[in-house]
Design a protein around this ligand. Structure first.
Ligand code: UD1
Length: 372
């Protein structure tokens, strides 16, 4: 079975790594790895390949950044030729980024089976570009692999036939569990002690890059108001996404951030350093999707700076609290966490490190093809 696997943006890399690992030990599968080039900076891409020991992509489409329409269209144009040349049996896409839907559409229009890993998640918020990518990708996929029950419920409610849907757990958590020990030897905490005077586990980690938060100066400032209060008693470490860095400066917010004594901006950091940081933190503040799930497994309190989540299990049984972007609510949630007002999280079913194994087994059973 010849499978083209797609990666494009940072959150895709940790999801593809365990699948590439399983393929290595199965001679029935011929994997091809295609990088669309949606993310291209060393710290947003190559670093993750090295750390997670992902094989070098067989093909890089090198599309880079552009508007949604242009980026999606450029990926489609370049990927169509790859599918025509390679004649795969299956195209496998992960997550919800522009590369996911772009390659998915190319595959189905050429009659190639499409597999979506991390299917069925819905925030219900159609102003979020990822939500559009999720709905569209799921609607054209032949096989849909879900991480949580809400994914199955959403797909069934949208009329997807149940034979196509499989609960398998979470490939991103496969990667987390596999690398937790290695992350233990990251020196980031020592480095931060020396460079920024940060002590032990007395800090919060912040990530923020959603357009709804960082492209709108009013929302961005409202969140900064809350962070200003928090950093007065707990240092905040903020590895900053390139999009957020650009907006801070274009919105004239850079000097405000630099004036905050305990607010520490870092360049984007690698997987192992980030895992060490989040697993050692008092709490995490984020608008990311995946980090809500990682903190649940790590049992670190997570304050989500969004009005909704497409990963409700993290808030139902995990360590996540959906707080939104209101200044007072963020400060209140922070005070609750530090005063110990937080329940012990549970790990969602099948988030056990074996999701990639399950996916490959099901693909081989259900998408079996005649030998060439
Ligand atoms: C994309 C995904 C988002 C995911 C995020 C993770 C979509 C619609 N969005 O958002 O779901 O959570 O990745 O990071 O696919 N840039 C660089 N260097 C890079 C990549 C980007 O400087 O290597 C800058 C560029 O200025 C670019 C901007 O970041 O315009 C945004 O990049 P883009 O890939 O369009 O979206 P993200 O915000 O990264």
């Amino acid at each position: 079975m010849k499978i083209i696997n797609i990666v494009g943006a940072r959150p895709n890399f940790m999801k593809i790594a365990p699948l590439m690992d399983v393929y290595k030990n199965d001679n029935r599968i011929e994997p091809i790895l295609v990088h669309t080039g949606q993310h291209y900076d060393e710290k947003m891409s190559d670093l993750f390949f090295r750390e997670l020991q992902i094989p070098k992509p067989d093909i890089n489409l090198e599309v880079g950044s552009a508007s949604h329409a242009v980026q999606t269209a450029e990926i489609m144009k370049a990927f169509e030729q790859v599918v025509l040349d390679q004649q795969p049996d299956v195209v496998l896409v992960v997550g919800d980024v522009n590369s996911t839907i772009a390659c998915g559409m190319v595959a189905v229009k050429l009659g190639v089976k499409l597999v979506h890993v991390e299917a069925g998640l819905r925030s219900g918020d159609r102003s979020m570009p990822e939500e559009i990518n999720r709905v569209l990708t799921d609607s054209i996929s032949d096989l849909l692999f879900c991480t949580e029950q809400s994914g199955i419920d959403n797909l069934l409610a949208e009329g997807v036939s149940k034979e196509k849907i499989h609960m398998v757990g979470h490939v991103m958590i496969d990667t987390l569990l596999k690398n937790l020990e290695r992350a233990g030897s990251s020196t980031i905490l020592d480095d931060l002690r020396q460079s920024h005077g940060i002590d032990g586990d007395s800090f919060a980690v912040l990530t923020m890059h959603r357009p709804s938060n960082v492209d709108d100066p009013v929302t961005f400032s409202r969140i900064l108001d809350a962070l200003e209060v928090v950093q007065k008693d707990l240092p905040i470490i903020f590895p900053i996404h390139p999009r957020t860095r650009k907006n801070l400066s274009s919105m004239g917010l850079q000097s405000r951030v630099e004036s905050l004594k305990n607010f520490h901006l870092l360049d984007p950091i690698g997987y192992l350093d980030f895992l060490k940081l989040t697993s050692s933190a008092k709490l995490v503040l984020t608008d990311s999707g995946g980090i809500q799930e990682e903190t649940t497994v790590l049992k670190i309190p997570c304050i989500t700076l969004r009005q909704n989540t497409e990963r409700p299990i993290t808030a139902e049984i995990g360590s996540n609290q959906i707080v939104g972007t209101d200044t007072q609510k963020i400060v209140e949630a922070y005070r609750n966490v530090v005063s110990g007002n937080w329940r012990e999280p549970q790990i969602p079913p099948l988030w056990d490190g074996n999701a990639a194994q399950r996916i490959v087994k099901i693909m081989l059973e259900l998408l079996a093809v005649n030998p060439r």
